[in-house]
Design a protein around this ligand. Structure first.
Ligand code: MF3
Ligand code: CO
Length: 248
């Protein structure tokens, strides 16, 4: 479990997360119609390395890139490709992990490219607000289920669905640690949250069915009905009533 208590460990987690946010910001600037997802990945990988970090995802269980890029009906874990060109109106999920001084940081954004449809915009807005509400529930003494409940109730009240087949996670010396952090749940259920716990809170929100499936590449997760999906993730540290958003 990713609970940090020593100052030097907190500093290391903050540093990895700072790098992740820097990469996401630069990739958001770079992502426009005509660029390929391979180019986005290469830029992200290079910034991570220039910062003295290692891309957390590259070779993780055989994943072949530094950045996951998932467009429109793709939910998460899209594999960058020189053949995949970003188009006007796309919603582009960009997920970045960096490892430095023994700690991982992990965060994702969904970038709206050019003129996206009103429905796509609403999906992305709801996803970010759901993430924020999940984070706000990550206070000392609350439970993991309070996070999921905050996310799910907001998303469903807005007519969208949360993916159940994939979850957020503890993070720290390993990319994925206990506990699992589902984007659904009941208030008061699950593990109690204590100070210093590092969590990656990452709602995946679908415009249609909650069901997802894997493509033949073994990685890319897509919506079963082909409808749009959005993803937003931050790494946070539980800290009394005010979670510290390390990838802010
Ligand atoms: N943020 C994602 C996750 O926590 C990214 C993992 S991609 C992988 O699952 F390639 F590393 F698996
Ligand atoms: Co994650």
């Amino acid at each position: 479990m990713g609970i940090v208590t020593l100052d030097k460990d907190v500093a290391a987690a903050r540093e990895s997360c700072r790098i992740v946010r820097k990469v996401l910001n630069e990739l958001a600037q770079f992502t426009r119609p005509g660029v390929t997802t391979a180019e986005i990945n290469a830029l992200g990988r290079d910034i991570i390395r220039k910062e003295g970090a290692v891309p957390s995802f590259l070779n993780y269980n055989g994943y072949p890139a530094a950045v996951c890029i998932s467009i429109n009906r793709e939910v998460v874990h899209g594999i960058p490709s020189a053949d995949r060109v970003v188009e006007d109106g796309d919603i582009v999920g960009v997920d970045v992990g960096a490892y430095k001084n023994g700690y991982h940081g992990d965060a994702a954004d969904t970038i709206m490219v050019g003129s996206v449809s009103p429905e796509a915009r609403r999906l992305v807005d709801v996803t970010y607000e759901a993430r924020n509400r999940g984070i706000a529930a990550a206070v000392q003494g609350n439970c993991v289920g309070d996070i999921g409940h905050a996310v799910q109730s907001y998303v469903e009240a807005n007519g969208f669905s949360v993916v159940h087949q994939l979850v957020g996670h503890g993070i720290g010396r390993k990319l994925h640690e206990k506990p699992q952090v589902p984007n659904y749940g009941k208030a008061g259920n699950g593990m109690k949250l204590s100070n210093g716990l590092l969590l990656a809170i990452e709602p995946m929100v679908n415009a249609g069915t909650a069901m997802v499936r894997y493509l033949q590449d073994g990685w890319t997760v897509v919506t079963e009905d082909g409808a749009l999906s959005a993803h937003a993730e931050n790494t946070i540290m539980v800290n009394g009533n005010h979670p510290e958003i390390l990838t802010a």
